[in-house]
Write a protein that binds this ligand. Structure first.
Ligand SMILES: [Zn+2]
Length: 726
């Protein structure tokens, strides 16, 4: 092992630094012969360049752009928006430079021009970093004729054109397209331009590929955990290959891909979180369909679950997103703004994206002011958006295998199931982090007093063991419905994998609501903090589906079986009481444990019943215990984040009180009033100043012991209380 000075003395001073923080860089550099095998280069005292970027801009070029594009105007705009980097399209589908790589088709309007080179020069002139953007997902009929093995096939062996263009075909990620064609394009770019990093769009796809080419026929069946393992192996293999190519001439360069798609992403996020230098989430926005407002913030939580503080960006579309989309028309400014707000609040770097340079030439200029104003505001407060770690006492497990392979008995997707629990967490104003199922090691869980498992059906024996260990160490758990009923290979167990942890046993087949009938009711048998706020009733709504459990001692809620809804004459429970529990609660040492056998959060999502939300909130509050790091009291539906930052701490409040909270887009904002914050400081820390970043003024605060209290007078769309700390 040699240190940096010795390394430089050894005559290799021209080799740029490789970061010890990312050992894969070193592996790649070694593979590329840039450093002797086994060399460990001293860590650069500075942080990697990409983590200094605070804002990103992208104009997504069209084939027509080389004919009409205003390159200087483009570069001026992004510089005026104070971005640190721009994405420049190389593509792979259409070359924006005179590519010599066979089948890298030149656009109709390119005419031999080095459009990419001109863009690159204009960006560099303004001190902007440049990211080469590729699309390895599609190619044309001439490539298909020459290389039929490059392309995806359906079960009849036919190639698969894209939905929109019958002349563009989907390439197969297991084919040599990815190891021959794409590396050739990357190497050509590296030989011509000194770009800072390389990014591929469009791959892997947001749903697991289903391909019947000759290679894929040898793989396990599509949409199975066994296939997913092969898929992940291939993604990681290609990522490392492209990363090593990116570093052939420039060790501080790297490759990254699109990891968006939130909690139902296709690649294993825990694995890619280790590999990546930059988590790019292409989660651009919603439209006029039923989709909750928190899409970008939730994406940020997914990034935080796997990144350990590495760079994450979320793309915000200035164009009109949704089921009906207009790529070149600006969308409602309020919706764009809420996506920026959520990106910052959840710890990501905001990224503004528009399509087609013609929009910059006067056809629709409305997007310009939205991005520039917001980014210029954010730039005034950069230091408060550089986060060190989250402040949260609750962890919510996001089961990626459950998202991909579990089939719920009702029509609710697992995304909606998670959104339902998310809604309860927001209504209860809890501070929480997401935790990936493959990152349940005890050392990662210690900061959380409780974990929530919202129907995390697929859990391996090892993961169940880790949760068991967490409870042994004093951690608390809340789980619902089929949590741990399946192995990681999606095989059903005889009994819960977490049976011993919760003291529960399965006592029969799943019971669902029949036809038009009422679901079961839950009878209140005795008082408990989870029932706070339920006066004047013995009955609460049950869930639509449940797993019948063996009786437990001294139950809090029991099941009253479902019964006829129509006619009303017959609408009464014929069995008014059973011993079957509707919740199982226990206390073991410091651990508090609660398990609901019903699909309570999914039923809440479908019915909108506030009793179910209140029951969940009360139970979360009970399992999480009395030590709460931050409380925010006030009216309104908000999402909150708290961070330890470079200058101190920051409390972010996103105002979702809006008629369009559950259906895009936000049309305007509805201000909420006073939010009273109580912030518990870590030992030895004190606060010297509380500054509101949106209002851009200081507010008074009251400090006593380890706690700081202040009131945010009102919140329009978003407010950040920055706590300057000594
Ligand atoms: Zn294939």
């Amino acid at each position: 092992m040699i240190n940096r000075r010795e390394f430089l003395k050894a005559g290799m001073a021209t080799v740029p630094l490789v970061y010890r923080r990312d050992p894969l860089d070193l592996v790649a550099a070694e593979n590329a012969g840039q450093v002797p095998s086994g060399t460990l280069v001293e860590h650069d005292p500075g942080i990697p360049w990409q983590r200094k970027l605070r804002r990103i801009g992208q104009t997504n070029f069209t084939e027509h752009d080389p004919a009409v594009f205003d390159i200087e105007g483009w570069a001026d705009y992004w510089a005026s928006a104070k971005v640190g980097a721009v994405f420049i399209s190389v593509t792979g589908i259409l070359a924006f430079y005179p590519s010599q790589v066979p089948f890298h088709r030149h656009g109709k309007y390119l005419n031999g021009r080095d459009f990419l080179g001109e863009l690159y020069t204009a960006a560099k002139k303004r001190g902007l970093r440049t990211i080469a953007r590729y699309s390895p997902d599609l190619n044309w009929g001439d490539a298909l004729a020459a290389h039929p093995d490059w392309f995806m096939r359906d079960q009849q062996g036919q190639p698969q054109p894209t939905q929109d263009d019958p002349y563009l075909f989907q390439t197969c990620m297991f084919s040599t397209y990815m190891t021959d064609y794409f590396p050739a394009v990357m190497r050509e770019v590296i030989s011509r331009y000194d770009v800072d990093a390389h990014y591929s769009n469009g791959w892997p796809s947001f749903s697991l590929p289903v391909c019947y080419c000759n290679i894929c026929r040898q793989l396990p069946p599509p949409k199975t955990p066994a296939y997913w393992d092969k898929f992940n192996e291939r993604v990681t293999y290609l990522w490392k290959l492209y990363n090593s190519i990116a570093q052939e001439k420039k060790a501080e360069s790297f490759y990254f891909l699109n990891m968006g798609g939130g909690i139902h992403s296709t690649p294993n996020l825990a694995e890619l979180g280790e590999t990546c230098h930059w988590f790019q989430a292409d989660n651009q926005g919603r439209g006029g369909q039923d989709e909750p407002i928190w899409g970008a913030a939730q994406q940020g939580r997914v990034c935080n679950a796997v990144l350990d503080g590495k760079m994450a960006t979320n793309v915000t579309a200035g164009w009109s997103t949704g089921p009906i989309r207009w790529r070149e028309v600006t969308k409602t400014p309020a919706e764009t703004q809420t996506w920026f707000d959520q990106s910052l609040a959840s710890g990501m770097v905001p990224y503004y994206h528009i399509v087609g340079g013609e929009t910059g030439l006067g056809e629709d200029l409305r997007w310009k002011k939205i991005g520039r104003d917001y980014f210029n505001w954010a730039a005034r407060h950069d230091e408060h958006f550089v986060n060190k770690s989250t402040i949260a006492n609750i962890g919510v497990v996001i089961g990626q295998r459950t998202q991909l392979f579990y089939k719920a008995p009702h029509g609710v997707s697992m995304q909606q199931n998670m959104d339902a629990m998310y809604y309860a967490l927001l209504e209860g104003r809890f501070l929480f982090d997401f935790i990936h199922e493959d990152r349940l090691q005890l050392e990662r869980l210690r900061k959380y007093s409780a974990l929530i498992l919202p129907n995390i059906a697929l859990l391996s024996d090892e993961q169940c063991g880790q949760l068991h260990e967490y409870v042994e160490q004093g951690g608390s758990l809340l789980a619902t419905f089929e949590t741990s009923m399946y192995t990681n290979a999606n095989e059903r167990r005889e009994d819960f994998g977490l049976a011993d942890v919760f003291g529960i046993h399965l006592a029969g087949e799943m019971i669902g609501r029949r036809g038009n009938s009422n679901p079961y009711l839950a009878r209140i048998e005795r008082q408990h903090p989870m029932l706070n706020g339920f006066a004047d009733t013995h009955w609460l709504p049950g869930a639509e589906y449940r797993l019948p459990l063996a009786p437990v001692e001294n139950p809090i809620l029991t099941v009253i079986p479902g019964y006829v809804a129509y006619p009303p004459e017959m609408s009464y429970p014929s069995t008014p009481r059973m011993t079957e529990p509707a919740v199982v609660v226990s206390v073991r040492g410091k651990s508090r444990l609660a398990y609901f056998p019903g699909d309570i959060e999914a039923t809440m999502w479908l019915s909108g019943h506030t009793d179910l939300s209140l029951l969940l909130q009360n139970t979360i509050r009970w399992v999480a215990g009395d030590t709460v790091p931050v409380t925010i009291e006030g009216k309104g539906l908000i999402e909150a984040f708290a961070w330890e930052t470079e200058p101190g701490f920051a409390v972010h409040v996103l105002n979702y009180t809006n008629p369009n909270a559950h259906r895009g887009w936000v049309r305007e904002f509805y201000q909420i009033g006073e939010q009273k914050v109580q912030f518990r400081l870590p030992a030895e820390r004190r606060v010297t100043r509380v500054e509101l970043l949106r209002a851009e003024r200081d507010i008074p605060f009251y400090a006593a012991g380890d706690s700081v209290e202040f009131t945010i007078p009102s919140v329009d769309s978003y407010e950040v209380a920055a706590l300057h700390s000594a």
